[in-house]
Design a protein around this ligand. Structure first.
Ligand SMILES: C[S@@+](CC[C@H](N)C(=O)[O-])C[C@H]1O[C@@H](n2cnc3c(N)ncnc32)[C@H](O)[C@@H]1O
Length: 198
């Protein structure tokens, strides 16, 4: 990880990791079994998007952020002026955690929407991300509603991504490129654009 981010970013990611550890017993931000390996399982996993999408230019919206993966990790790694991040999370306890991190790390490029995705006005995002939120067919309406016409979604999927894609293709037309995930055998990051309901 140290090869891809600056020393200041590494320090902030360490602070973030400490906060996850502190809050996790209360609100289960990550599975307790993965707590010993937060860096590889959650932080570096999230940073894969940074490598795929760089440079980021425009509004990034992370749906169902939970403990901040991948949206808050990306906001910590991308403080450039051309980018701003919105984290959408319906669980108020997780929102309290996300806002605490934002305050303690003095992040100015990220805000949190404490709402259900379905309740939001269209967000016109240049980038949308979602990790462990829902199967692809359930994500497609969110993409159609919240992606800007030229926008791209980056969906972090487990090993059943091919079946999810076949299911989604029954009702949706979209452009897709599958990038193998470095974190888990068989997992993929789906880059999706030009979404239309059939
Ligand atoms: C399994 S967690 C994944 C969290 C995070 N993305 C990660 O990878 O660790 C899914 C999160 O999405 C939130 N969520 C689920 N459905 C939602 C909805 N319709 N609108 C907003 N947030 C939602 C849940 O509260 C939960 O925090």
């Amino acid at each position: 990880m140290s090869e891809i981010v600056s020393r200041e970013t590494l320090q902030k990611l360490d602070q973030f990791e400490q906060l996850v550890r502190r809050w996790n017993p209360k609100i289960n931000l990550v599975a307790p079994a993965s707590l010993n390996d937060i860096k590889a399982r959650h932080i570096e996993d999230s940073l894969q998007l940074s490598q795929l999408c760089c440079p980021i230019n425009g509004r990034w919206v992370d749906l169902g952020s939970g403990g901040g993966f991948p949206g808050l990790v990306l906001a910590i790694a991308h403080v450039e002026a051309t980018t701003d991040f919105t984290l959408v999370e319906s669980d108020s306890r997780k929102v309290a955690f996300l806002r605490t991190v934002i305050r303690e790390l003095s992040l100015t490029n990220v805000n949190v929407e404490n709402k259900r995705i379905e309740e939001l006005d269209p967000l016109n995002a240049a980038y949308l991300s979602a990790r462990a939120l829902a199967p692809l067919p359930r994500l497609m309406p969110y993409l159609q509603r919240h992606l800007a016409p030229e926008g791209t979604a980056w969906l972090m999927k487990g090993r059943h991504w091919k079946e999810e894609m076949s299911d989604a293709e029954k009702e949706w037309k979209f452009k897709v490129k599958a990038h193998p995930s470095a974190s888990q055998d068989g997992a993929a990051i789906l880059e999706i654009s030009e979404v239309f309901h059939v």
